[in-house]
Design a protein around this ligand. Structure first.
Ligand SMILES: C[S@@+](CC[C@H](N)C(=O)[O-])C[C@H]1O[C@@H](n2cnc3c(N)ncnc32)[C@H](O)[C@@H]1O
Length: 327
């Protein structure tokens, strides 16, 4: 890639690949193609009969996938909440492994035109898929102050959510908030305590990004579909970048690994709820060298689980609500 081509360094690449325990003739899913760092590594290890189905909701990621040109590979423009539908359309009943490397990619963050970054000025968009939904600027223009406070406090864990919400409400009375710089400046004035090494706008931008892209809801919808569509022995590798999504993943995987017996009800042995997943190893974080070389990697956590042969009964799936941060 040339220096001008926005690129993305795959996080925990070796660990995620090992976690997938690839079989050369297997069918794999990369639910978050990005720039294909993980996908390329998977393809390197697959044999001629292997298959890789990649998804991304960002049209720019889908364009970038054209460079792959491999008959074993197929790129689909879809949110991963449409995983089952995507696999149906590909004629795939079950996959042998799935990887989800959540969050935003470096090209998304680094391109001021996408509106994710407070470091450069650009239109306040923040949609991973700009063909869907409303931009951050549109939402900021219409949300009431209580909604602003709830999103910024809940998804950004911002202590000054009340002050930031009030500052947004006051600023938009004189002019619409259309750019990342406008928002970063007014948040900077409202957040009074600086966290070391962190821009005061960090939490508000994270909150808006999670909300605008329904990130937690996407993960909550994808997880049961992944479990349903994994073949027995198939691995699920999930890389989270913030505690809110990691908490949803952790709770879901634990619930699938230790199904709860109905209380006070006699249950026949044949009706005992069976574990759908086995947790593989401990959560993994990047080694010091990776964290030093790639600041994006610092907050990454990789969790791995393996599908058991138990029958998938949707009623046994504990749906972890995207608002798990409330509890
Ligand atoms: C961290 S990057 C993935 C990088 C990739 N593993 C690589 O090595 O290039 C996350 C990607 O997932 C996509 N994404 C995030 N949430 C998504 C969702 N709900 N459905 C589909 N794609 C999503 C983003 O658009 C972004 O391109």
């Amino acid at each position: 890639m040339s220096a001008a081509t926005p690129t993305h360094r795959a996080v925990l690449a070796a660990e995620a690949l090992e976690a997938l325990a690839l079989r050369p003739d297997g069918i794999y899913v990369d639910g978050t193609f990005g720039r294909g760092g993980h996908s390329r590594l998977i393809l390197e290890r697959l044999g001629p009969q292997g298959r890789l189905i990649a998804l991304d909701r960002d049209p720019q990621a889908v364009d970038a996938a054209r460079a792959i040109g491999d008959a074993r590979f197929c790129m689909v423009h879809a949110p991963f909440s449409a995983l089952a539908q995507t696999l149906d359309a590909q004629g795939v009943a079950r996959a042998h492994g799935m990887l989800f490397d959540l969050g935003v990619s470096s090209p998304q963050l680094d391109d001021p035109a996408r509106g994710f970054s407070f470091r450069a000025d650009g239109p306040l968009d923040m949609r991973m898929d700009p063909t869907q939904g409303v931009s951050a600027a549109q939402w900021l223009a219409t949300a009431n102050e209580a909604q602003l406070r709830e999103v910024i406090g809940g998804y950004g864990e911002e202590r000054f959510a009340k002050q930031v919400a009030a500052a947004i409400a006051a600023a938009r009375r004189s002019a619409p908030i259309r750019t990342t710089r406008q928002l970063a400046d007014l948040v900077g004035a409202a957040v009074r305590t600086r966290e070391p090494g962190q821009d005061p706008a960090t939490r508000t931008f994270q909150a808006l990004r999670i909300f605008i892209n329904r990130e937690l809801e996407e993960v909550s919808l994808m997880l049961p579909q992944a479990v349903e569509r994994l073949a027995p022995g198939g691995r699920l590798a999930l890389i989270a970048f913030h505690s809110l999504e990691d908490r949803i993943i952790k709770r879901f995987v634990q619930a699938c690994a230790r199904p709860v017996l109905p209380r006070d009800l006699p249950v026949r042995a044949s009706e005992m709820p069976q574990a759908l997943l086995t947790i593989v190893g401990k959560p993994m974080r990047p080694a010091a060298a990776e964290a030093a070389a790639n600041p994006r990697a610092r907050s990454a956590v990789l969790r791995v689980a393996e599908r058991t042969a138990a029958h998938f009964d949707p009623s046994l799936i504990t749906r972890i609500e995207p608002d798990a941060w409330r509890s």
